[in-house]
Design a protein around this ligand. Structure first.
Ligand code: HEM
Length: 404
């Protein structure tokens, strides 16, 4: 497997493979004990099974890492009576377990070490929710923006998918190490934190060969993104000037919206209506104002009739930034929830990373909630906001600077 095979599209669109997004092979890491950032993977007889995304670094992995096909988000609440000492213990254990699991090395408690040996690019990203700060009285360390999003007129939220004290985002090229790591990390938290929800998601494995991600509506999704590897890095990472506490420098935030998609109704709409709802061509993802997928949308273009080419309520118009800071990194996964009665709910686990969700994400979300044509077919049913911890160096542990 060569480097361009991994997220070639993401690379082309701005080099998402920086820092903790670089890949190497599990065997090499296990034997040398250190992941060499930036090293291109060699050839592997086991496909993606041996891939390792380095864990240690300024930022956690799983944010700028090109999204692999499988993900699971786990929301957990602290158990009653848990204090900062127990949280610190959990963070130390998780850091150790995650650094091993992502490197293809089984933690000591692992009963299936052979599964751990094939991480398939596993990343685990840890976040803290608003409730954690309330429970532990850590107000002086709470980021000012860390709160649930205000209610939106389009919301039909189910508390079963609401905000939790802790978040684990696990991603991998294979669902096997993903399930294994989830079980192990949830098990390691026993007596300290308990899962409230587990939300699996998927993307197209074809993306690894350069194909565009298509959401369940069949739309090319993920075209317009900030250049977070370079000039827009400040949009993604908490810097010293904006950090409420020095322990947050290098961290980020995650807004996770579970959005149900009404497939039957969508499929009843004709293609023209569907393309107007977004403002892009369904087949190619190109703007309705012409060009190819990467061509910027011309929001000023008008038809001979004087009407705008891109509808006033088209998704891309409503979502486009009104100021340069109203941008964020979108890293969504599709979901299917299979009921015991044979019904299937389809949707999008809309995951957005940014330094400050109130400043960057909220204005866009408000515009969409007020008048996005896609609202005809979509309903947000879950919503949660997390502060994503900075990464850590070898020998250190996630969240230490905030707890000691
Ligand atoms: C099920 C729900 C959603 C679907 C199906 C959807 C689909 C799409 C599609 C097809 C595009 C055009 C291609 C691209 O640039 O990626 C797009 C763009 C975008 N979407 Fe969404 N989206 C959804 C929800 C959201 C939400 C909740 C937000 C933020 C609050 C959002 C923010 C954006 C942004 C910022 C863009 C780029 C706009 C630009 O061209 O500047 N989307 N979305």
């Amino acid at each position: 497997m060569s480097a361009p095979d991994l997220g070639r599209r993401a690379l082309l669109k701005g080099g998402l493979l920086g820092g903790a997004g670089a890949f190497t092979l599990a065997g090499a890491v296990a034997s040398s004990g250190a992941a060499s950032e930036g090293s291109a993977p060699g050839t592997s007889s086991t496909g993606t099974a041996d891939l390792v995304v380095p864990f240690h670094g300024e930022h956690q992995a799983g944010i700028t890492t090109p999204p692999p096909p499988h993900a699971v988000f786990v929301g957990m609440d602290l158990d009653d009576g848990v204090g900062t000492t127990e949280l610190g213990r959990l963070m130390r254990v998780w850091t150790d377990d995650i650094s091993r699991l992502t490197a293809g090395v089984a933690p000591v408690t692992d009963q299936e070490p052979e599964v751990a040996a094939r991480p398939a690019g596993l990343t685990v990203t840890v976040g803290w929710g608003p409730g954690l700060f309330d429970r532990l009285g850590l107000d002086d360390r709470r980021p000012s923006w860390l709160a649930p999003l205000p209610p939106m007129p389009v919301d039909d939220l189910d508390e079963a998918y609401g905000g939790t004290d802790l978040l684990l985002q696990l991603c991998s090229h294979s669902p096997v190490p993903l399930a294994h790591a989830r079980r192990l990390l949830v098990g390691a938290a026993r007596g300290i934190a308990t899962p409230r929800w587990v939300q699996p998601g998927f993307r197209d494995p074809g993306e690894q060969a350069g194909l565009a991600f298509r959401n369940e509506f069949g739309q090319v999704d993920g075209t317009v993104q900030p250049d977070v590897a370079d000039r827009d890095a400040d949009l993604l990472w908490i810097g010293p000037a904006s950090a409420s506490h020095p322990g947050w420098v290098g961290g980020s935030s995650l807004v996770l919206r579970r959005i149900r998609m009404d497939m039957e109704d969508w499929e009843r709409a004709d293609r023209v209506a569907r393309e107007h709802a977004v403002g892009r061509d369904l087949a190619t993802g190109a703007p309705l104002t012409g060009g190819e997928e990467s061509t910027p949308v011309d929001l000023h273009a008008v038809l001979p009739s004087g009407l705008p080419v891109v509808d006033r309520h088209a998704h891309v118009r409503r979502a486009s930034p009104h100021a340069p800071h109203e941008r964020f990194l979108r890293r969504p996964y599709s979901y299917e929830q299979v009921g015991t009665d044979g019904t299937v709910e389809t949707g999008l686990l809309f995951a957005a990373f940014q330094a400050d969700p109130v400043r960057q994400f909220l204005p866009v979300q408000r515009r969409l909630a007020e008048g996005d044509l896609l609202n005809i077919w979509t309903v947000p049913v879950g919503s949660a906001v997390y502060a994503v911890l900075p990464g850590c160096a070898e020998g250190d542990w996630l969240g230490r600077a905030l707890l000691v």
